[in-house]
Design a protein around this ligand. Structure first.
Ligand SMILES: [Zn+2]
Ligand SMILES: [Zn+2]
Ligand SMILES: [Zn+2]
Length: 355
């Protein structure tokens, strides 16, 4: 597992391909992503292919998310690919260990319990019945008067008998015959969303989706999460960034997560008349969001200088945080839950953007 910085995580969250993928889990469309088998190509992930197009291989996309801790994986199968043409349309051949032909006959070994005689099944077959070649009695009750005592193979080419054949593989596409040694033998996984990500993204999804819709309906261009370049040249991420055209207003909202929760702010950039940034902070313990959310937001807001910055604190912010918000001119929205937060934000934004 890779060490993943906060910025790298934020970058994944801001990747539209990941957002689409994530939404499949959050909306309940996907619980576990299983590979789909196709004899020519082997295992594929059609749902991922549909999202990422030709920008990457589904395996590469999923593996990166797994290595960064966004996805959990489980071994689903192992697959053999032809070393010559990479096809997965491969059969297994069991061969005679003496002459190597795959033209062998497999039969069962049968033991007659009462006399102890063991031989291959066909030696017992007589006019549709099983009769012991040694003592002549008929075998009628499996597991009582006779039992299977393993397998026995005989070679149709060299006539030798053996119990364990040698295996090899045959590519039905290019006719390559190859052994396990040369086979391309790969793990195939099914994937599910890591619980932490599910929780983190779930809160964000529930809060961001209605806010985004509200802002879009008001004609804003919304990015969530979004990046803004500050005076320092550094890029800052906000949970939501909303911007309108040159004449209209720009509203930017971003969601950030502190150890105690998330925060929301709004801001504006230079090209637009107004940019609003929003960060979201929610308390994990259900108590207060620490002032750290305000402090880290202020650092970004100071650099980016948006028209307005909002922090949504769920359910409320600490006393110090409230004082700092006031000092830093970050508008604070404290709400018991996502619904209340969306309502409060809508009220505030309607007010300010109607001016
Ligand atoms: Zn092949
Ligand atoms: Zn043989
Ligand atoms: Zn017998």
């Amino acid at each position: 597992m890779l060490e993943v910085s906060k910025e790298e995580r934020a970058e994944i969250y801001s990747d539209s391909r990941f957002q689409l993928f994530l939404n499949k889990f959050l909306s309940g469309e996907l619980d576990k992503l299983n590979p789909v088998y196709d004899p020519k190509h082997g295992y594929t992930y059609p749902q991922v292919e549909a999202i990422i197009g030709g920008s990457a291989t589904p395996e590469g996309f999923l593996n990166r998310l797994y290595e960064m801790g966004f996805l959990k994986r489980e071994l689903y199968d192992k697959i053999i690919h032809c070393p010559a043409c990479h096809s997965a349309n491969v059969s297994t051949r069991y061969r005679c260990p003496y002459c190597r032909t795959f033209d062998i006959k497999k039969s069962s070994l049968i033991e007659h319990v009462s006399c102890g005689y063991i031989d291959s099944e066909e030696r017992f077959r007589k006019e549709g019945k099983l009769v012991c070649p040694k003592c002549g009695s008929e075998l009628t009750k499996p597991d009582v008067n006779y039992r299977k005592a393993g397998v026995w193979c005989s070679c149709n080419e060299c006539g030798k008998s053996f119990d364990i054949p040698v295996s090899s593989h045959f590519c039905r596409e290019c006719n390559e015959d190859f052994t396990f040694e040369d086979a391309n033998y790969r793990d195939v996984y099914s994937y599910s969303l890591d619980e932490t990500v599910m929780k983190e993204a779930g809160t964000r999804y529930m809060l961001v989706a209605p806010v985004r819709e509200f802002l879009q309906n008001r004609g804003f261009h919304v990015e969530s999460p979004g990046f803004l370049k500050g005076k320092s040249g550094a890029s800052h991420i906000f949970d939501i960034i909303a911007s309108s055209g040159e004449k209209a207003k720009t509203l930017v909202v971003t969601v950030k997560r502190s150890s105690s929760g998330k925060e929301v702010s709004t801001s504006s950039d230079d090209k637009a008349k107004e940019i609003i940034v929003i960060d979201i902070a929610s308390s994990q313990t259900g108590e207060t969001v620490s002032e750290q959310s305000i402090i880290s937001m202020f650092a970004k807001v100071f650099d980016v200088a948006p028209s307005k910055a909002y922090l949504i604190a769920i359910p409320k912010i600490s006393e110090n945080g409230r004082k700092l918000a006031d000092l830093y001119k970050i508008k604070l929205i404290e709400a018991a839950d996502q619904n209340a937060a969306v309502q409060a934000l809508e009220a505030t934004i309607s007010q300010t953007s109607d001016k």
